[in-house]
Structures are given as structure tokens and as C-alpha cells.
Design a protein around this ligand. Sequence first.
Ligand SMILES: [Fe+2]
Length: 292
Amino acid sequence: MTPPDITAFFDEATNTVSYLVFDPDTRDAAMIDPVLDYDAASGEVDTASADGMLAAVEARGLRVTLVLETHAHADHLSAASYIKAKTGAAIGIGEHIRDVQKIFRPVFAADDLKTDGSDFDRLFADGERFSIGSLEVEVIHTPGHTPADVSYRIGDALFVGDTLFMPDYGTARADFPGGDARQLYRSIRKLLELPRETRIFLCHDYKAAGREDYAWETTVGAQRDASVHVRDGVSEDDFVAMREARDATLSAPKLLLPSIQVNIRAGRFPFAEANGVRYLKIPVKAKQAVFE
Ligand SMILES: [Fe+2]
């Protein structure tokens, strides 16, 4: 198999890395975790990030056949629907997105939301294989950060979503609804069984303390030798204790509420109301009895 051509696109506003992956032989391409720009204060949506990726597609003469989501992100909105509208690409995600839809439908009283995953075109099972041109992609279910996380392996390249961060930063939180630190540890150990030279491509980077530059590519070997959270020798119980203690200190991501509502609909906004405007909801919670 010809190795995939991989280009990363970093969105500094959300610290997200999206990837354009293509088969140099057939020019078929996939976009992994594309970002839709969103200003929470004004509600303004912008497609500059996604358009940057589309410009690269155009310049290289590619055909985008798939938009691949590693999970329903909680920190940025997905441009999947926009990319689909522009290119005709099918949108794929792990089949357990249904569980995530079931969790969040009542949270947002999202009566329009179907919880059968049908907003997505492809629902991938663990171990399933599919292709981008002549590139073979293997789906590895890696729950823990959320129940629906998957990693995509293409040759020696592994796209892990939020399952791992750079070795000096560690791992993603596991405290979202349906998240589980013990499952996250097991998913990570499964990935770290792959050959040491396997290249790992991350979905986020926040620059660990003391590091000057953003980074999003690492290897299985580097994780096993040096990850501050999951290097060889860190036991499951130690990891779970560390992860749960750390998660207890984290606040909600800035774009959590908008992101979830859009991303469980495959990057689609809720339908417009009678006035033609689309709205996102904010569930209000109160510690004291402030409501009449
Ligand atoms: Fe995430």
C-alpha cells in the first residue's frame, strides 16, 4: 500500500488539529475532525478553517469521499455537514454515537434528534475496515473519553482523536457523561500494543508547560517511554486515580454546550424555528432556589 499523504491543519482558537489524508495513487481523500469556526458570544458561524482545508483539496486535485469524526467533540463545532454539502463526502463516526445521542437528547430536550445515528452516513463498528481510494482504514473502538470514540489506523498512521495527547501532556479527560477513566486506560493500552514506530496523530495540543511550539505527532514508542500519564509501568488503578483527581479540577470547555448540540447531529444545527432562525439551547442550572 502506498503510504497516505497527511496534512495537519491547526485551529488555534480551539487547539484542534484536523487532518487531510489522501491516497496519492487515486487522489481520494478524507478529512478527519474538520472544524467549523464559532463565536460563542455572538453566535456567529464562520467557515474559514474548513475553507482552508477545501482550498488544499482543490490545489491538490483531490476528491473528498469521507469526513471522519473520531468522536462527538465537546470543544469545537464540526464542519462535517458543511464539508459534505461542498463535496458530497459521506460522514462517518463510531457506532456508539447512538449512546451519546441518547445521553444528550433529554439534556437538550432535542425533540428533533434521532438517536439511531442516522444523521451520519456511516457508523463504524470496532474492527471494521473501509477504504479511502486504495488506502485501507481500520477502525479501533477506543472508548473512555466518550463512549463513541474511535481511532482510525491507516498503515503506520494512527488518528486517535482525544484518546492521547503529546507524551508531555498526557491524556484527555474522562468525566463527560458516558466517559470512564478505566475504559480510557484500557483503550490506550490497546493502541500502545501496536508497533513502537506507529505514528500517532492527535486531535489537540495545548503546549505542555515549558514547551514553545504546538505539536500533534508522536509515536507508540514515545508514549510508552515517556507519557506523563500512561508510560509503561503506570498501572490501571494509578491512572484512574490520577485521571479522576485531575478531572475533578477541570471546568467545562468553553464551547461544550454549542459543540455537543451540533456535533451529535453530524455538524448540523437544530432546525430553524418559525421565524427562520436556528437556535442553540443553554440548560440553566441553579445551586440555590432562584427560580419561581
Ligand atoms: Fe473530545
